[in-house]
Design a protein around this ligand. Sequence first.
Ligand code: ADP
Length: 611
Amino acid sequence: MNEQKMPNPVNPLLKFWGIMLAITLILNLIVLPLISSSRVRETSYSFFLDSVEKGTVEMVQIEQSEINYIISQDGITQVCKTGIIDDPTLVPTLREKDIPFGSVIPSEPNPIMSFLLSWIMPIAMIGLMSYFLNRNLRKRMGNMPGMQFGSGKTGKQYVPDENSVKFSDVAGQEEAKESLMEVVDYLENPEKYAKVGAKCPKGVLLVGPPGTGKTLIAKAVAGEANVPFFSISGSEFVEMFVGRGAAKVRELFEQASKNAPCIVFIDEIDTIGKSRGSSFSTNDEREQTLNQLLTEMDGFGANKGVIILAATNRPEILDPALLRPGRFDRTVPLELPDLQGRIDILKVHAKNIKISGDIDYNYLARATSGASGAQLANIINEGALRAVREGRDAVLQEDLEESIETVIAGQQKKNAIMSDEEKKIVAYHEIGHALVAALQSHSAPVEKITIVPRTSGALGYTMQVEEGDKYLVSKSEALARLATIAGGRAAEEVVFNEITTGASNDIEKMTQLARSMVTKYGMSDEFGMMGLSQQSGGKYLDGGEQMNCSQATAEKVDKEVRAIINAAQEKARQLLRDNMDSLHELSAFLMKEETITGKQFMEILNKEPVA
Ligand code: ADP
């Protein structure tokens, strides 16, 4: 292992006081005498007598070995001194010229006092000043990683106790739990593996979108195995000073080996594990840190009992060296929860709050399709907060339903007032979407529509409740979806003969879907199953698509996409024109009530003869 001596933490302190002493010495021995001597001019005795004669001397002070005097000439006053001469005529001359003179009684300087003043005081003052400066600096940088010089501390240490996280606190994610069970088993019974000669993975990479419980499951592994849990974020390694990051990695591993068996959790490993040389600009500090991490991972034996779990949501940018066998050789994906997963997560978090009456978890889970574990936990908490706001001591189903809207669409803006004209447009727009959807599927398209402005900037919110998980989308479903998205703008067109900026998000979604149909899903007549694009960004964060075809083909793709979008828009317009009465009635209802449920929607729709 590449051992390097850490700098001794006492050295900087000694250095500091050494510098302080040097400054005081220079001040006392060189600077101060220089200053004081430069202020007094040394003259000859004859010059002194001449000045007395001329009458330029203002005052004379006769001391034991020298005469100090002040001369004033042409408006300039100067202090001068000269040696003493046995001159009995001096005093009568001074009297004659009427120049005040005197003698100072020599006093023994107090050696202790002068030592205190010239040596101890400056040192103490500089010391105090630097102490306060340092304290302020530390306070300001308090949470900044890497500013605790020589503290040797890395991350927090969690010693699992009975309250610590267990696998039962992690809902869903069964596949991930199964993979990690082996790690737990190894930590509990290392001899079982040693007997067979099996090596446990040194590092496990947890990949998945944000908020899917990567940190939680890592803690749960430590909790299940009842071993210490060291956690550090990748960004904490990235330091202001080159070399500190690598030193931190060394410290972390040193501390971990002393506490083995244990779990070391590195969150956001992509901050240091980014592929080296993948960008034009190099970052020495990051590369050194990564190299140190690789060295440390190679350094400790597989059966030493230190297992590293690392989390990232950008696995594609990690350096291949990090993923080779012997390092992070196992990858555990954590995906967004499915319907059952969401139900379980809601239930796990609902255990911590007081609930009154029956809660329909299935309904809540269906209304939160695509939400992450962290969002679901937040929904439960927002529900509890709402109950407190309303002065209740238990959470009701309606609190949770309302909090879904809060978490997904943002808080209702209390003082945002929409003009009646705008409200009317928003109502028609939202009903346009829902009506096109309902006319195509002949069932309730949405759970609820509200037209209260949200802090997220949305003017209306449509709550959709999925029947169940859906993994495949047919071409006709995709086309119907396009028409539904176009429904908002189409309603504005057919009713007001005018269009607004309210459809920008719809336009984005439609284009994306139509383009994917042509380039990715092979749903266009012209190109068939020809793949025309490839994913360019990450899988878990919103990555872009890159065209994978010639310029001429790209132009044809654009034409095809435009044709699909135009057809969807025309279909939406036609459906709405054929059902103008329903459109007006539903929009009037929404405008008046500001909220319409799926049930009310279908009642009004079914009243009218559907064209
Ligand atoms: P990540 O590290 O993947 O970004 P976290 O582990 O920090 O996500 O999750 C944040 C919070 O979300 C957790 O503290 C927990 O409350 C909640 N959470 C996420 N996934 C789950 C899950 N599967 N079961 C229970 N709670 C979850």
